[in-house]
Design a protein around this ligand. Structure first.
Ligand code: ADP
Ligand code: ADP
Ligand code: MG
Length: 479
């Protein structure tokens, strides 16, 4: 039984997991789950520290504590925790944490170390999927040996190709190459970038699917061999291969395609004996064919949209699965209702190259009303530390129809106040106004090819110009 859980993470996802524990905490219902937070000095005033039942400091370095698997597992043992939830990012896809947990008899809320290792390596994952009969994006035969090998394999695949980091994540370590010259220019640069970012220099090639739709399927798999899916998410609204807006279900799929992709994802998960929550990511080309891209062996940032359309709490399910329980329902019991859309609200300035905008939140109002959900780690007076990701809140909106969803999302973004830092909220309002998006026709190139969005992010707004002018006037007046 899991009755005390350590959360090896911070920010909104730590708060999200604490909430699940709190709701499982009525003893007569679930046996109770006590939550334990960890934090570093930069996070002394963080919301997850305030909200957890217990919180322990991991020292002065802002980041190191969150990455120290041995120390975290020791702490779990010392404080009487029976499980660790890794959230996303940090150690969530590090097989070592899962392995140490297994050795110390702590339940890891996720798949086994073996599965994490196998699926975390993108060329290994491709191999497993080919074996299982799941269509994968055409690409190189494993990792590349050197530039000559890359050039030769790219020739066979056909340009444009994608040069990708084998252990990459978060949209980094991916470069499109349109010609042999392009590949020559990028090869060493990408290797040096990815070795710094991921501590691993392995790269491989994939055919570039031109302007694809990103479709991914949420999976739940228990330890008794039951695997179901919670339908798909459309994550095509991206900037630099990073997701900005995620939608469930995809408004771009037919019912037939929806059923097919769900079945493919279940097949993929079964093929690797997957356990716990996971996501199988696919790209869909212009002909409507699906190709496996990668599997994320953890809870994803955008899990909220699947929760909103199915009414299933994925985090609670993760904890139940990790404690050995059987899924309480079959595929045909999972019903889908309406549409949901999530906005990653980042503390970034969309009018200034999306530059991070860290600092104190002077005023905060999160929207409410029908169909609105916020998952955030901020409050008025909170100082966003510069050491972490710039995502500080997620706004998830649900509505019965696509049209109503767009209207409601616009209203909710307008209602949100987050003063003191620049945010991506006004940029999302521009996306909602753009006609291609409203008519549910978009691919991964959307925000980088639509003139109104390019123009928006290249023009300082009137308020900024006014403030800059006022500063000049003040400076000239010698005040
Ligand atoms: P999702 O797949 O859930 O949509 P992202 O790809 O945006 O989420 O990743 C979620 C978080 O995890 C981000 O903070 C990202 O920077 C981080 N992350 C993901 N993969 C890696 C990785 N391989 N190495 C380091 N950080 C990662
Ligand atoms: P990460 O691990 O960083 O999430 P992915 O392999 O999932 O990396 O790719 C992230 C994004 O990069 C995709 O959603 C897509 O927009 C783009 N991308 C990756 N591979 C390809 C490809 N072969 N063709 C076209 N776009 C791709
Ligand atoms: Mg991905």
């Amino acid at each position: 039984m899991i009755n005390k859980l350590l959360i090896a993470n911070r920010g909104e996802i730590a708060v999200r997991i604490i909430r699940a524990c709190a709701e499982m905490g009525i003893r007569s219902l679930e046996g109770g789950v006590r939550s334990v937070a960890i934090y570093t000095d930069a996070d002394r005033c963080a919301l997850h520290v305030k909200k957890a039942d217990e919180a322990y400091s991991l020292g002065p370095d802002p980041v190191a504590g969150y990455l120290n698997a041995h120390r975290i597992v020791n702490l779990a043992v010392e404080t009487g925790c029976t499980a660790i939830h890794p959230g996303y990012g940090f150690l969530s896809e590090n097989p070592q944490l899962a392995e140490i947990c297994a050795q110390r008899r702590i339940r890891f809320v996720g798949p086994s170390a073996d599965v994490i290792r196998r699926m975390g390596d993108k060329t290994e994952a491709r191999r497993s999927m080919i074996e299982a009969g799941v269509p994968v994006i055409p690409g190189s035969n494993g990792n590349l040996d050197n530039l000559e090998d890359a050039l030769q394999q790219a020739q066979q695949i056909g340009y444009p190709v994608m040069l990708k980091a084998t252990t990459g994540g978060g949209g980094r370590g991916i470069r499109r190459c349109d010609s042999a010259d392009d590949l020559k220019r990028n090869y060493d640069r990408v290797i040096s970038e990815v070795s710094k970012a991921f501590g691993n220099a392995d790269v491989f090639l994939e055919k570039c699917i031109v302007n694809p739709v990103h479709i991914e399927v949420q999976i739940l798999a228990d330890s008794h061999g039951n695997v179901i899916h919670l339908f798909e998410r459309d994550c095509s609204i991206q900037r630099r291969n990073q997701k900005l807006i995620e939608i469930a279900p995809s408004p771009q799929l037919s019912g037939e395609q929806r059923q097919m992709i769900g079945e493919l994802a279940v097949k993929a998960a079964k093929a690797v004996n997957y356990e716990n929550a996971g996501t199988v990511e696919f790209l869909m080309d212009a002909e409507g064919s699906f190709y496996f891209m990668e599997m994320n062996t953890r809870l994803q940032v955008e899990h909220t949209v699947s929760e909103e359309i199915t009414g299933i709490d994925i985090v609670k399910e993760q904890i139940r699965i990790a404690s050995g329980k059987t899924l309480g329902y079959r595929q045909e019991d999972v019903k889908r209702r309406g549409f949901a859309m999530q906005f990653r609200i980042n503390a970034e300035d969309p009018k200034n190259g999306f530059l991070p905008s860290f600092g104190r939140i002077t005023r905060y109002y999160s929207p409410g009303g029908p169909g609105i959900r916020t998952d955030s780690a901020i409050y008025a007076g909170y100082e966003i530390p510069p050491n972490f990701d710039s995502m500080c809140a997620k706004l998830t909106v649900w509505a019965g129809t696509w049209e109503e969803l767009i209207q409601r999302a616009f209203r909710a973004l307008k209602d949100t106040r987050m003063d003191g830092v620049k945010t991506t909220i006004p940029y999302y309002q521009e996306i909602l106004k753009s006609s291609g998006f409203r008519s549910a026709r978009f691919d991964t190139s959307y925000v980088e090819t639509h003139p109104e969005l390019i123009e928006y992010s290249s023009k300082p707004n009137r308020h900024d110009v006014a403030v800059a002018l006022a500063a000049v006037v003040v400076a000239h007046a010698g005040l």
